[in-house]
Design a protein around this ligand. Structure first.
Ligand SMILES: *[C@@H]1O[C@H](CO)[C@@H](O)[C@H](O)[C@H]1NC(C)=O
Ligand SMILES: *[C@@H]1O[C@H](CO)[C@@H](O)[C@H](O)[C@H]1NC(C)=O
Ligand SMILES: *[C@@H]1O[C@H](CO)[C@@H](O)[C@H](O)[C@H]1NC(C)=O
Length: 399
């Protein structure tokens, strides 16, 4: 019974003191809110400088006017101005694990249209490093491990590294959404001024680099160039030719094998465009079945290489977790070893090349080799050039 009482008293005392404590803390809220000393870390400095970034041009008056209008519209929460602010990146989450791209929102930025004003999306490249006075260790010797120990200085993570696969973490790509009249040059100039005294203030060197191609607005959409129009015409003509030739072949050849038609020159030219005939030629009928497995291996390795590159372009560079990837490479997991796929491709391709070269070389000697190389070149170059032309001339217009 006594113990019960004691317990109750102890509990009551506890609650009372906690209430009193809380009350006294609530009376003095400033002791609750701790504002420690200002950090001089990259993300803080970049956030501070970019969150109120306004382009200011020496020569471009229209840019300054639009910035003025942006500033005013921002104060009364006009939608387009807030979209412009929101589409810019101001913080650098994940930069210690290798997140270098801080992309804001491209679509939101270039969609902004308001009377004569449009959004311009620029990606600025910031190269950061500590000044030698700030962290001399950065310049002495490279980091040997993939991840520095948790109790080391954060600059260790950004140090040059002796592992070939470890990505450089000193590059930052920050999205800036500015009024369309401001050019790449204006933005770069303002960034240079904005970050000019960061070295003295915070001991961090920031070098700015920008590229015209990474600064676009719907205002600079140009009409299609002549080269692109010509290429488009050629592609349309070729497609129509293929279609017509295929229809021609299908209509003239019967399922029942009749005596083959005379192969006149016009007919041969038309047939070379036929899709049905060319598809049949891609998969030749071969007698040596045991080599088919090599073809299959080569095809799957080629597919792996293509998939890897596509995947890398789509996801890796922009949003992937670099540290995770690096730790997996260290464990030599086959899935993460890009060299494995590429090497299988080359080894299998080597066997297959030997197989196709051996007979001709045995019969006609080494002099056929240049001819074979030329033959291969002739086979690949037209389609490769066409691919390059499409990428350079047509893809940019697909937005
Ligand atoms: C905000 O202010 C600007 C200029 O000061 C004015 O033109 C605009 O109509 C205002 N917009 C809103 C939504 O109040
Ligand atoms: C900004 O500074 C970089 C060097 O840090 C320089 O190469 C570039 O030309 C400068 N840009 C402008 C517009 O002044
Ligand atoms: C750096 O520049 C800002 C604004 O441009 C200024 O307010 C600040 O005083 C400068 N700091 C130093 C150390 O010069």
């Amino acid at each position: 019974m006594l113990r019960q009482w004691q317990r109750t008293w102890v509990l009551q005392f506890f609650i009372l003191s906690a209430t009193l404590n809380g009350k006294s803390l609530a009376d003095k809220p400033e002791t609750f809110i701790r504002s420690g000393p200002k950090l001089t870390w990259i993300s803080d400095v970049v956030s501070e400088k970019l969150s109120n970034f306004r382009t200011q041009s020496q020569s471009n008056e229209l840019c300054n006017q639009q910035i003025d209008s942006y500033e005013k519209s921002l104060r009364n929460l006009t939608l387009w101005a807030l979209q412009m602010k929101e589409a810019s990146a101001v913080s650098t989450p994940g930069m210690l694990v290798g997140q270098r791209f801080h992309l804001g929102h491209f679509d939101e930025c270039v969609a902004i249209r308001h009377s004569k004003l449009a959004g311009r999306y620029c990606l600025a490249h910031l190269k950061v490093s500590p000044s030698p006075a700030m962290y001399p260790g950065f310049y002495t010797e490279p980091l040997k491990t993939v991840e520095p120990p948790p109790d080391s200085n954060a600059w260790e993570t950004l140090k040059p590294n002796s592992n070939w696969f470890r990505m450089d973490r000193t590059d930052l790509f920050m999205a800036l959404c500015v009024p369309g009249a401001c050019s790449r040059h204006d933005v770069e100039e303002t960034l240079n001024v904005t970050f000019a005294n960061v070295t003295q203030e915070h001991g961090i060197n920031v070098k700015i680099q920008m590229h015209d191609d990474l600064c676009t607005s719907s205002l600079d959409d140009e009409p299609m160039s002549y080269a692109s129009k010509t290429l488009l015409c050629i592609l349309v003509i070729l497609s129509v030719l293929c279609l017509l030739a295929t229809l021609y072949q299908l209509s003239t050849s019967n399922a029942i094998q009749e005596t083959p038609k005379k192969d006149t020159l016009p007919r041969r030219i038309i047939m070379s465009f036929s899709i049905a005939r060319n598809l049949g030629k891609v998969v030749p009928e071969t007698n040596d079945d045991h080599m088919v497995i090599l073809d299959l291996l080569k095809a799957s390795a080629a597919f792996g290489v293509m998939f890897g590159h596509r995947f890398a372009c789509m996801l890796f560079y922009m949003v992937f977790n670099v540290s995770f990837f690096e730790s997996q490479v260290k464990k030599d997991l086959p899935l993460f070893m890009p060299t494995l796929v590429v090497e299988s491709f080359f080894i299998v391709a080597g066997f297959l090349t030997f197989q196709s070269c051996y007979e001709p070389v045995r019969k006609q000697g080494l002099k056929v080799i240049p001819l074979m190389i030329f033959n291969r070149w002739l086979r690949l170059m037209p389609s490769f050039m066409m691919l390059v032309a499409i990428t350079a001339l047509l893809l940019p217009y697909l937005s």
